[in-house]
Design a protein around this ligand. Structure first.
Ligand code: NAI
Length: 277
């Protein structure tokens, strides 16, 4: 009941982590708008809510977060239908991966377009209305633990986008706090989802001239690990993180040593200075 009367807009909300977040926020009383590229995912997700106690307060809208025009229309619809959003979850993402030296512009544009550009478009479309309605609110950006450690070369594009999302989340927090809007960044790892469907989420015009076709095919056949986290559990963590206004919501501990190694390597390369900035 903590989010009673609040409206949450969740990109990539029809599958995996986004759907887990939708369920958790719905259980806390929020009105949910699932925004997703994939009609098949939307249909399945809504069917999952059907008949449940909160089913009347869950709706969906088809949005491609890389399309600024339709994204702006969706934001306008949120303003007219619900008086604007209170909780924005910039979560849509694609598991872009492949041998980086084979990458073409299509691969950079696809990966950065969704994983970074989608977050940028969400902020540009929704922050004005969230500030204007004056109720305050919260933004969660989904990055990845891949943003906080060094990763194998096939994840260069993925990690670059996620690192930017982590960085902008850290640096926007203070100015948003001044508007009574909280900001969190979610850094998940190994969660059961459909992220292996990257090829299916790639728009036609970025398909032909790709260097990643073979890796995307291999990814589509990857098995989900039994020990991976349930998206519902991630959703619970996000709901708690919003209530606490935590900057970092981190799901897994497996990367702790690599996070420390990276920070220590950077500090070891840093000269001492009398002047502290
Ligand atoms: P998922 O594939 O199950 O869910 C992502 C949803 O986003 C899908 O329903 C898809 O249709 C939608 N989507 C894709 N492109 C879109 C676009 N252009 N516009 C609107 N919707 C779009 O994957 P998952 O794993 O739940 O991913 C959610 C977020 O979590 C992503 O940002 C991903 O990078 C991140 N993440 C996932 C991890 C995992 O282990 N599953 C680990 C670290 C980060």
């Amino acid at each position: 009941t903590n989010f009673e009367g609040r409206t949450a807009f969740i990109t990539g909300g029809a599958s995996g982590i986004g759907l887990g977040i939708a369920k958790a926020l719905s259980a806390c009383g929020a009105r949910i708008v699932i925004a997703d590229l994939r009609p098949d995912h939307i249909e399945k997700a809504l069917a999952g809510f059907a008949g449940g106690a909160q089913s009347n307060s869950v709706t969906a809208i088809e949005v491609d977060v890389t399309n600024r025009e339709t994204y702006a229309e969706a934001a306008q619809k949120m303003q007219s239908d619900f008086g604007g959003v209170d909780i924005l979850i910039n979560n849509a993402g694609v598991g872009v991966e492949g041998p980086i030296l084979d990458a073409r512009y299509a691969d950079w544009d696809f990966g950065l377009g969704v994983n970074l550009g989608g977050v940028v478009n969400g902020l540009q479309c929704f922050l004005p209305q969230m500030i204007a309605h004056g109720r305050g609110g919260h933004v969660v950006n989904t990055a990845s633990l891949a943003a906080a450690v060094m990763m194998p070369e096939q994840f260069v594009i993925y990690s670059a986008g996620k690192a930017a999302v982590l960085n902008l989340s850290e640096n926007m927090r203070e100015v948003l706090a001044g508007k009574n809007i909280g900001m969190s960044v979610l850094l998940p790892a190994f969660t059961k989802s459909n992220i292996h469907e990257a090829a299916q989420n790639r728009p036609a015009h970025l398909r032909d001239d790709s260097g990643f076709a073979a890796s995307e095919k291999a990814l589509s056949e990857r098995e989900i690990g039994e020990e991976w986290m349930e998206p519902d559990e991630v959703g619970e963590m996000v709901a708690k993180g919003i209530l606490n206004n935590d900057l970092y919501i981190i799901t897994h501990g497996q990367f702790k040593n690599r996070m420390r190694e990276r920070a220590e390597a950077m500090l070891a390369a840093t000269p001492d200075s009398d002047f502290q900035f």
